[in-house]
Design a protein around this ligand. Sequence first.
Ligand code: ADE
Ligand code: ZN
Length: 364
Amino acid sequence: MNTLRELMAALPKAELHLHLEGSVMPLTLIELAAKNNIVLPEYAKPLDLYEFDKDLAAFLNVYNLVCESIVDHQDFERVTYECLANCHMNGARYVELFFSPQAHFKYGVSYATCLNGVVAGKNRAFEDLGIECQLIPGVNREKPADENLAFLHTILNTQRDQVVGIGLDYYENPFPPELHLETFQLAKEQGLRLTAHAGEAGPAENVQKSVDILGCERIDHGYHIVDSPDMLAEFSKGDIVFTVCPSTTTITTHWHDLADPQHAIKRMVEGGLKVMINSDDPPMMGTDLANEYVLLVEQMGFSLSDIKAFILNGVDAAWISEDKKAYWHKEWAKEIDDLFSKYTTNVQSNLAQSNSGGLVNHDQ
Ligand code: ADE
Ligand code: ZN
């Protein structure tokens, strides 16, 4: 293991902020669109399909096109398996996967079709690769409150054992968290866990409201909390974990430069918040999970001990049993230490070799 990339891909990790539809590789999108008679924009090379202006609204337009292209059980099974295979290649051992059923309803696709296809894909990924996954249906904050409540009833009335919680997502600014209070209250009463995208393109107060009003246990993104020193201080004392996504910040926020010492993630960590690292919509954001960790070190200046802390925050924030948390905490910490020491030994010996003239044996 010689490169930082290899190290980051090898580390055991949880991915708690990943959207199924945002994980579809462009070649898969092209095949699904052809199969389902969806017209895609013109492109010279597949990745051009994921070129969009750097803002959340532009991103969501492309995201919705991907959603339109995933139609039947087999499509959902395929994209879920491919998504989790990618996670596995990046060292993720455990994934909480968002999917966006409401984005498929308008094309006549039912919740049961989405869910059954996703469950089939995740079961196959577990059998083949051992990767564990639980599901989080995303609630679209742009939809009217009563429509979201009806969607929650559909979730509650359908097979539930693989669905661990709900999350609030989509365009943040004109749609504050409190609009969906009833949905979140009922979800909590019914034993679902709660998270919300907040403080990504919207203000710091959306973070506070998501926790205080909706009862969220995690915050997805949360970057604008750095605009409020009081809130930063308050959240640094609590247990809320922020699922941050470095590459996404360069696209959907004004923090375009990860190397900026004032970058929100840097300030969140310096302010004492608990963060863990995710890839959000990897091919659409031009990244993957291992790369997100490489960026933390190479561009944001975080140390290997920061990396270990972020990974273990991910275990703490996972919606799994306390026993499993304690077990992974201990086992992953050992594995991380072991991988770090192999990596630093290799880097040091490579350095020594190159300082002594590389592979040439000067004794001969
Ligand atoms: N859906 C998928 N990715 C998202 C993001 N970064 N923000 C809001 N909604 C999303
Ligand atoms: Zn997201």
